[in-house]
Design a protein around this ligand. Structure first.
Ligand code: EPU
Length: 434
């Protein structure tokens, strides 16, 4: 298993390109199952999760090729296949995104039930209720969700809100099924995340009829078929936010190219309030300049346009060295605090009280051995390591590879001293605490 060795304390400087958004690309790739012709998808990042989705699509009779210019072309070659197996689904929860497109287009889906994960329980009840409201019959047996829906019925109103707000991939699933359901479907409490907007626009480019895109009420007029199309995936606001945290925490001066600042109002506003200089330039350029220790802040994660849970850990790393006490409250995944113990090992003063962590800023973190445990927690450890004194070893970076495209290369180009070491013996790794 790979690890990163980071010599911290170097202010990051220079320019870096933002990659396409993983969480937009995954449901869009899944929705290519709906198309009667080939889809050309540009800006799809080259990530472990994307490769997993392509393997699932292959199981489902969709051929894909990565073109020389980086675009991915998908083409349905066998529309009879409907099973997404456990071996693949267990490695990535977002595999559930094929459920809606499969049952919408092929009338049947068999998708392994995705389990829990380290960021807390992650049920899919809202996905299933939403599909049932479209006339899909759901059964769960032997670890698989079977969805049957030959002749979906639109024409109804359905509600997708849950205890923690709307569901992002649940909205993607229901929307992807509703576009082919006859009649008009009204989806209430739809997620408004930019990634859902991107999916909806992609569906429209394929011939779907959807009103209210970007808002909580989506009105879908079912169409008979969808055609192939060409689409460019939006920039990754979470990658951009992570790089912004790294720039701020190292006291650096970094320009992010090709970002989408309009989708990042909450995190960028927070950075400004903390005293980080945020300048917006032309064509999505974002210049982030850190300096002295930042001011503390009150961070509360919320559905979009609120502060994203996927940046909570990275901002907590930054607040660990703020000049005062901060509060970080998690309202989407109240248990998403696995990074806390690792940041404490680096010298952070953190106290968890229910879904809130009180962060008492210290002058500096110190490098040590830390363990990556999920995608964003790992990113936070890298950000912390870049700013810490001494050497930080981040184990199990395969978590980061799920969602960040060649992160160490991007950071190295900004002057970071970070190296990937491959192939630590499995026995040695197993001996580390998990
Ligand atoms: N929820 C339910 N029932 C459901 C679905 C969700 O109770 O049927 C709850 C969840 O347990 C959670 C909340 O609703 O408390 C929101 O979950 P949501 O369904 O919106 O999350 P998701 O669609 O599974 C996506 C992203 C996550 C991101 C969340 C929240 C993808 C592939 N994943 O997950 O991204 O944290 O939305 O914004 O889009 C990541 O990239 O690191 C990541 C975890």
């Amino acid at each position: 298993m790979d690890r990163f060795e980071i010599e911290g304390g170097v202010p990051l400087a220079g320019t870096v390109n933002v990659s396409g958004a993983k969480n937009a690309a995954l449901p869009i790739l899944a929705a290519s199952l709906l198309a009667d012709g080939p889809c050309r998808l540009e800006g799809v990042p080259d990530l472990r999760d994307i490769r997993t989705m392509l393997r699932i699509l292959e199981e489902l009779g969709v051929e894909s090729t990565r073109e020389e210019d980086g675009a991915i072309t998908t083409r349905v070659v066998d529309p009879t296949r409907v099973r997404a197996p456990y071996e693949l689904v267990k490695t990535m929860r977002a595999s559930i995104c094929v459920l809606g497109p499969l049952v919408g287009r092929r009338g049947r889906a068999e998708v392994s039930f995705p389990g829990g994960c380290v960021i807390g329980p992650r049920p899919v009840d809202l996905h299933l209720l939403g599909l049932e409201a479209l006339g899909v019959e759901i059964t769960v047996d032997a670890g698989y969700i079977t969805a049957e829906g030959d002749g979906l019925r639109g024409g109804g109103e359905l509600y997708l809100g849950g205890p923690y707000g709307p569901t992002v991939t649940g909205t993607a699933n229901v929307l992807s099924a509703a576009v082919l359901a006859p009649g008009t479907t009204i989806i209430q409490s739809a997620a408004c995340e930019p990634e859902v907007v991107d999916l909806a626009r992609f569906l429209v480019a394929m011939g779907a009829r959807i009103e209210g895109i970007g808002g909580p009420t989506l009105v879908v007029h079912g169409v008979e078929r969808l055609h192939g199309t060409r689409w460019r995936v939006i920039p990754d606001r979470i990658e951009a936010g992570t790089l912004a945290c790294a720039a701020a925490m190292t006291g650096g001066d970094v320009t992010l190219l090709g970002a989408d600042p309009a989708a990042m109002t909450a995190p960028l506003t927070l950075l400004s309030r903390m005293g980080v200089s945020v300048e917006r330039g032309a064509e999505g350029a974002l210049r982030i300049r850190g300096g002295l220790r930042t001011r503390p802040a009150d961070v509360v994660t919320l559905p979009y346009p609120g502060f994203p849970t996927d940046l909570q850990a990275q901002f907590m790393a930054l607040l660990c060295v703020a000049n005062g006490n901060s509060f970080v409250t998690e309202k989407i995944y109240p248990e998403r605090f696995i990074h806390v113990a690792e940041l404490q090992r680096m010298g952070a003063h953190l106290r968890k009280e229910g879904p809130t962590v009180i962060v008492q800023g210290v002058e500096r973190l110190s490098g040590c051995h830390v363990m990556a445990s999920d995608l964003r927690a790992s990113a936070a450890l890298v950000v912390a390591g870049l700013a810490a004194s001494g050497r930080t070893t981040v184990e199990r970076v395969y978590h980061i590879d799920r969602g960040y495209e060649r992160i160490e290369e991007k950071l190295m180009r900004l002057g970071a001293r970070i190296e990937r070491h491959t192939g630590v013996a499995v026995e040695a790794d197993a001996a580390l605490p998990s």
